[in-house]
Design a protein around this ligand. Structure first.
Ligand SMILES: *Cc1c(COP(=O)(O)O)cnc(C)c1O
Length: 396
C-alpha cells in the first residue's frame, strides 16, 4: 500500500502483522501535564517538544497538550518549530531554544516563532531585526548559570543589565536558565544556580522567570518562578530518580515472539557466542533490535516481561532481533505470536531499561525506532493531522 505520511512510512499497516507495537497513551500524557501544572501553580506550565516530542510524535503530543491548556511550547530547532506551528495552528507560543541562526529571521517571522536568545550576538541580531522592521519582536532570553553550554554568561548578563537599551525593540516573554543537576536534589549546584539566576533576574529589566525543567519542578516552589519547562516527566520518565515515579506511564513497547527454540543439547546463542545454554531451555526470538533503538548495551543485561514474569535477554542484541530465555515463563504465555513487554506494561519501566543500558530514559525515548506499529491511545478526535495519519496507517 503506498504510504506517504512521514509519521507512518515504516509502520506496518496492520497491528496483527507487526513485529512490535509501540503504544503511546495520550491520556497518561495529559494526566502528567495536569500533575505538573498543579505542582507548579501559580507558575505557568509549558511543554518541551524537541526531537519530535522526545520521539513520541509531535503530531499527536502537540494537540493533546494544547487541548489540555498548554500555551507555550519549546523546541530545539527552527525546523521543529515550523513543523509544530503547522500542527498547532496560530494560537500557542512556540519558542526555539537554539535561537536565531544567521539569516533565519524571515522564517521565524513567517511562522510566528519566537527565538530564545543565547548570546550577545543573537540578541543584537534579533533587536536588529526588530529595528529593520520597525516593530517589536518577541523572544526569550537565556542566561547560563552553570552549564557552559547555551546562554549569556553571568558577566554578559550583568553587562546587559547595565545597558538595557540593547533590548530595544524586544518584548521579552521570559528570562530563563537551565539547571545542570536538578535530578540530584542534594547537589550544591542547584542552590548556586538558583541564586545566580535570582540575582540576574532582579538586575535585568522585568520579565517572567523560567528555571525549572521536569526535575526542577520537584525541587520545590523556590525553583518555579513564572514558567516551568517540563519534557521527560510529561512522557513518563521519572523526574525524581531514586524515589517512586510520580508520573504515569506513557510508553509501552511490546514485541512479538516469532520463534521458540527448545534447546536440550549445550549450545550458544547469538553473535559472538556470548551466552551458552546448558540443560533444557526455551529461547524466544523477538524481532526488535538495535536498529529499532533497543540498545545493544542490553546484550545479556536487558529484561522483558512475559505474562508478568521477568525474563532475561540472553546473548547479543542484533540489528533486528533479541533472544530471551523464557524457560521460567508460563508455557502458555511464551509461544510464537505471543507478545512480550520490552518497555512498560508488565515489563521493565522506561527508567529500568535505561539504567540496564547504562543510559537515561531520554535517550531510550528519542531512539525509539520507526519500524514499530505505533498506536496512540485516546488521541483527541478533533485533530485532523492525527485522523489522517490513522487512516493511512490504520486497519479499517
Ligand atoms: C530539554 C530542555 C528542557 C526539558 O528538560 P526535561 O529534563 O526533559 O524536563 C527544559 N529546558 C531546556 C532549556 C531544555 O533544553
Amino acid at each position: 500500500m503506498p504510504n506517504t505520511s512521514p509519521n507512518t512510512s515504516a509502520t506496518p499497516a496492520d497491528a496483527d502483522h507487526a513485529g512490535a507495537i509501540l503504544e503511546i497513551d495520550l491520556d497518561a500524557l495529559g494526566a502528567n501535564y495536569d500533575n505538573l501544572r498543579h505542582r507548579a501553580a501559580p507558575a505557568e506550565c509549558g511543554a518541551v517538544l524537541k526531537a519530535d516530542a522526545y520521539g513520541l510524535g509531535s503530531i499527536q503530543v502537540g494537540p493533546k497538550l494544547a487541548a489540555m491548556g498548554c500555551r507555550r511550547f519549546f523546541v530545539a530547532h527552527l525546523a521543529e518549530g515550523v513543523a509544530l506551528r503547522k500542527i498547532l495552528g496560530v494560537a500557542p507560543a512556540i519558542y526555539v531554544l537554539n535561537g536565531p541562526l544567521p539569516r533565519t529571521e524571515a522564517e521565524f517571522l513567517h511562522y510566528d516563532l519566537l527565538p530564545v536568545l543565547n548570546s550577545p550576538c543573537q540578541l543584537e541580531q534579533w533587536s536588529g531585526a526588530a529595528a529593520a522592521r520597525e516593530r517589536t519582536l518577541g523572544a526569550g532570553l537565556h542566561i547560563d548559570t552553570g552549564m557552559a553550554r547555551l546562554g549569556l554568561t553571568p558577566v554578559e548578563a550583568a553587562e546587559l543589565a547595565a545597558n538595557p537599551a540593547r533590548l530595544a525593540g524586544l518584548d521579552l516573554h521570559f528570562i530563563a536558565s537551565h539547571l545542570a543537576c536538578a535530578d540530584e536534589p542534594g547537589h550544591a549546584l542547584n542552590g548556586e544556580q538558583r541564586q545566580a539566576f535570582h540575582h540576574l533576574l532582579t538586575a535585568l529589566p522585568a520579565a517572567p522567570g523560567s528555571l525549572a525543567n521536569s526535575a526542577g519542578i520537584f525541587l520545590g516552589p523556590d525553583y518555579h518562578y513564572d514558567l516551568v519547562r517540563p519534557g521527560i516527566a510529561l512522557y513518563g520518565g521519572n523526574p525524581t530518580p531514586g524515589a517512586p515515579n510520580p508520573m504515569r506511564e506513557v510508553v509501552r513497547l511490546a514485541g512479538k515472539i516469532i520463534q521458540i527454540r527448545e534447546i536440550d543439547t549445550p549450545q550458544s546463542v547469538g553473535y559472538g557466542a556470548t551466552h551458552r545454554v546448558t540443560g533444557q531451555r526455551r529461547i524466544a526470538t523477538v524481532p526488535v533490535g538495535y536498529a529499532d533503538g533497543y540498545p545493544r548495551a542490553l546484550s545479556g543485561r536487558g529484561r522483558a516481561g512475559v505474562a508478568g514474569v521477568s525474563v532475561p535477554v540472553v546473548g547479543r542484541v542484533s540489528m533486528d532481533m533479541i533472544t530471551l530465555d523464557v524457560t521460567e515463563a508460563p508455557v502458555d504465555a511464551a509461544y510464537p505470536g505471543a507478545m512480550v513487554d520490552l518497555i512498560g506494561g508488565g515489563g521493565p519501566s522506561l527508567d529500568e531499561v535505561a539504567e540496564a543500558a547504562g543510559t537515561i530514559g531520554y535517550e531510550i525515548l528519542t531512539s525509539l525506532g520507526r519500524r514499530y506499529h505505533r498506536q496512540y491511545i485516546n488521541a483527541p478526535a478533533w485533530n485532523p493531522a492525527h485522523r489522517q495519519a490513522q487512516r493511512r496507517g490504520g486497519d479499517e
